[in-house]
Design a protein around this ligand. Structure first.
Ligand code: H79
Length: 601
C-alpha cells in the first residue's frame, strides 16, 4: 500500500485488517478505522519549531548563516561542542503554554505539532535517556508537559514532531563532515534504541497524543525495517495515534506523498507546497512557513500576507488535505508578533467561515477560475477569491440546480441563481466581499453532478481555441500553477512525467499550434511533446532570456480528417530535465483550413 495509489476498497480493507492482525504497519487508515476522523475534520493545525536555534536566530559569528533558522548548526558548520553550549543560555522566561494553545484556538486551529527534538538533537522535554535536554538548561521546565496540559485545557489536540536525523548523538550516522569526534565507535543500532526510548517517553507520559510527526528520515542508515519498527512502536503505545509518512522511506521528496511500494505512515507530507490536486483515498497535510524559515530568524521579514495564508488554507481544504502552518517562537518564549497578527486575522476569517473548512472534503470541480470549493454532504462551499466584476458568479459545469444559495456570512439572505447551459449563475451583486475569500454556500439537496471541464469548442471561437491553466484539467502530475506578472502559468515543470491536459473537441481541418512560454537560457533545449488524438508535435523549447520573459513559439500543425473529442496534452518527450521544462501560459490552436475530406464535411 502506498499513500500515492488509491488501492481498491476491498483490498485496502483486507490489507488493513491483515495489518492490524499482524501488528504490521497500516498505510492510509481505512474509512472503517475511525482513527483519522478527528484529523480529517480538523483540516487546520499549528506547527511549532522551537529549540536552541532560536538563540542564534539565524546569525553565527556576527554573520547571517544561510538557510532556515533551525538548520544553523549544519549550515554554519558549528562543531557539536560549541553548539551544545547554547543550552546554558536557554531560558525562555516568557514561555506561556496556555497563550500558545489559546492563539492556536483563536486562529481556528484544532491541533498542534511541536518539535520535541529537531535535527540538532536537543530535547525540549525531560528525557531520562539524555542529558542534552531542557533540564540541563537554566529553564529546567518540561515544555512538552506544559504544552500537553495547555492543549487539553484549550481543546487543542497535541502532537509531537521528532527528528530521526540527529547531528548531536554520538551513535548517529552519517556524521556531519566537520564533526571531528571519531566515528569508529558509533553504533547506529544503539542510536535507534535511544530514539525509540525517547519516543516511548513522549507517548507514555503526556496523555493521548494526536500525531507523531517524524522527519529527517532521508539519510542512508535509516531504512524501511527501522521505519516499520518505529511505526509499530507508536501504534502499540497509542493505538489511536496518526503517524506521518516520514517514519519510513517512501516519501517522494518535497512533494511529500509516497512513491509506489509498501510504506508505513498514515498521511503524506508535502512541504512548502500544496499538491496540484487532491488524490482520492489519500490523506495528506501540507506544512508551510509564514516567512522563509521554520525556526526563528531575526532577519527574516518576508512574511506572507494573511490573505495568502487564508487562500492556502482554502486551497488545501478544497483539495481534501490539511494545512499545518508554522510559527517559530523566539528564544525568550514568544510567538513573533508578525505571526500572531496573521493568526488572529485568519481567526477572524474562520469565525465567520470555518463551516466551509471543518469536516469538509475536496470539492467536485477540476478547476474553478475564481477560487476553490469544498463539499460537505450535498452542500458545496464556494471559496471565492476574486469577486466577479459583473456581480454574477459562474459555477462552470454544475449540472443540477441548487435548492438554496447564500453567503456564509449572511445565511438568512438567499441569493438568486439561474441556469445558463451547463453553468449555474449566482447573483452575488449584493454580497459584502471579504478580500481574502468569500464563502458562497450552495445547498444542492442531492449529490452535485459536475461536467468535466472543457475548452470552448473551436466552432464557437472564430477558429481559435485558447488553452490556459484556468481551463486545464487538474490531475495528479499537473505542473504547479503560479502567477507571473499577474498571469497564471504552469511552472516548476520539473518531472519528466508532468503534463498539462485539456479536453478539446475539434471539427475536421488543419490546425496550427503555438505556445506562449518562457525558459531561462541555460535550461532551454528540452523537447516538448504536444499531442492531440494521436498526432504528436515535437518542438525544442527555445531560450527566452529568463523564466519570466514569455515568447510565442510555433509547435507545429496537425490535420484531422474527422471530428475528434480528445485530450490535448503537453509533456516532455522523456529524458531527464536539466532544471525545468519551461513556464507555459498559453497554447493557441488555430484552424488554418477546413479539411477537404468529403466524408467529414
Ligand atoms: O523541520 C523543517 C525543516 O527543518 C525540515 N522539514 C521541515 C518540516 C527540513 N529538513 N530538510 N529540509 C527541510 C529540506 C531538505 C531537503 C533535502 Fe532532501 C534533504 C534535500 C535532500 C535531502 C528531502 C529528502 C528532499 C529530498 C530528499
Amino acid at each position: 500500500m502506498t499513500a500515492r495509489q488509491a488501492p481498491r476498497v476491498l483490498s485496502r480493507a483486507l490489507l488493513f485488517f491483515l495489518a492490524a492482525a499482524l501488528g504490521a504497519c497500516a498505510a492510509r487508515p481505512a474509512p472503517a478505522d475511525h482513527r483519522a476522523d478527528w484529523w480529517r475534520e480538523a483540516r487546520f493545525g499549528m506547527f511549532i519549531h522551537w529549540g536552541l536555534y532560536a538563540i542564534p536566530a539565524g546569525e553565527w559569528d556576527g554573520k547571517p548563516a544561510p538557510g532556515t533558522g533551525e538548520w544553523i548548526m549544519r549550515n554554519a558548520k558549528i562543531p557539536v561542542t560549541q553548539y551544545e553550549t547554547l543550552k546554558d543560555r536557554f531560558n525562555p522566561v516568557n514561555f506561556d503554554a496556555h497563550a500558545w494553545a489559546r492563539l492556536a484556538r483563536t486562529a481556528g486551529m484544532k491541533y498542534l505539532v511541536i518539535t520535541t527534538k529537531h535535527h540538532d538533537g536537543f530535547a525540549l522535554f525531560d528525557s531520562a535517556t539524555s542529558d542534552y535536554d531542557v533540564m540541563a538548561t537554566p529553564f529546567k521546565r518540561d515544555i512538552m508537559a506544559e504544552l500537553a496540559r495547555a492543549c487539553r485545557d484549550e481543546g487543542i489536540t497535541p502532537g509531537w514532531y521528532h527528528s530521526i536525523l540527529d547531528w548531536h548523538h554520538p551513535d548517529y550516522l552519517p556524521r556531519v563532515p566537520w564533526d571531528n569526534r571519531p566515528a569508529s565507535d558509533a553504533d547506529f543500532n544503539r542510536y535507534t534504541a535511544y530514539l525509540e526510548a525517547q519516543v516511548t517517553e513522549l507517548l507514555t507520559r503526556y496523555g493521548p497524543i494526536g500525531v507523531m510527526w517524524f522527519d529527517g528520515e532521508w539519510e542512508d542508515h535509516w531504512n524501511h525495517e527501522r521505519g516499520k519498527h518505529l511505526y509499530e512502536l507508536c501504534r502499540r503505545l497509542q493505538p489511536g495515534i496518526l503517524v506521518n509518512n516520514r517514519v519510513d522511506k517512501g516519501r517522494n521528496d518535497m512533494a511529500g506523498l509516497d512513491r509506489e511500494g509498501e510504506w508505513c505512515g498514515d498521511f503524506g507530507t508535502p512541504e512548502q507546497e500544496v499538491p496540484s490536486t487532491g488524490i482520492p483515498g489519500v490523506d495528506w497535510e501540507s506544512c508551510m512557513t509564514m516567512n522563509d524559515t521554520w525556526g526563528f530568524r531575526a532577519d527574516d521579514h518576508n512574511w506572507k500576507s494573511a490573505t495568502q495564508l487564508i487562500r492556502t488554507l482554502c486551497d488545501t481544504a478544497g483539495k481534501g488535505g490539511n494545512f499545518l502552518l508554522n510559527v517559530g517562537p523566539t528564544a525568550d518564549g514568544r510567538i513573533p508578533p508578525e505571526s500572531a497578527e496573521r493568526l488572529e486575522a485568519i481567526g477572524r476569517w474562520m469565525s465567520v467561515n470555518s463551516g466551509a473548512i471543518y469536516a469538509t472534503s475536496a470539492g467536485p470541480f477540476e478547476r474553478l477560475p475564481w477560487g476553490r470549493c469544498t463539499s460537505k454532504g450535498s452542500t458545496l462551499n464556494l471559496l471565492v477569491f476574486d469577486r466577479p466584476e459583473s456581480g454574477l458568479l459562474t459555477v462552470p459545469g454544475l449540472l443540477n440546480d441548487p435548492r438554496r444559495a447564500y453567503a456564509l456570512a449572511e445565511p438568512d439572505r438567499p441569493l438568486r441563481t439561474r441556469r445558463e447551459g451547463t453553468n449555474v449563475i449566482v447573483d452575488v451583486s449584493g454580497v459584502g466581499f471579504d478580500p481574502a475569500a468569500t464563502v458562497i454556500v450552495l445547498e444542492m439537496g442531492s449529490k452535485p453532478k459536475v461536467a468535466p471541464l472543457a475548452v470552448t469548442p473551436i466552432s464557437d471561437t472564430n477558429g481559435v481555441a485558447v488553452l490556459t491553466p484556468s481551463n486545464c484539467r487538474a490531475l495528479p502530475a499537473t505542473p504547479a500553477i503560479e502567477h507571473i506578472e499577474g498571469v497564471e502559468s504552469f511552472g516548476y515543470w520539473t518531472g519528466p512525467k508532468m503534463a498539462a491536459r485539456w479536453r478539446l473537441s475539434l471539427p475536421p481541418g488543419e490546425y496550427a499550434v503555438t505556445a506562449e512560454l518562457a525558459c531561462q537560457n541555460d535550461s532551454a533545449g528540452n523537447i516538448m511533446d504536444a499531442s492531440f488524438a494521436g498526432r504528436h508535435m515535437l518542438a525544442k523549447v527555445p531560450p527566452t532570456g529568463s523564466w519570466q520573459k514569455f515568447q510565442t513559439a510555433r509547435l507545429g500543425s496537425f490535420v484531422l480528417t474527422k471530428a475528434e473529442n480528445a485530450e490535448f496534452c503537453v509533456t516532455t518527450s522523456g529524458g531527464k530535465l536539466a532544471k525545468a521544462l519551461m513556464n507555459l501560459r498559453k497554447i493557441t490552436i488555430q484552424r488554418v483550413s477546413p479539411s477537404h475530406d468529403k466524408e467529414s464535411e
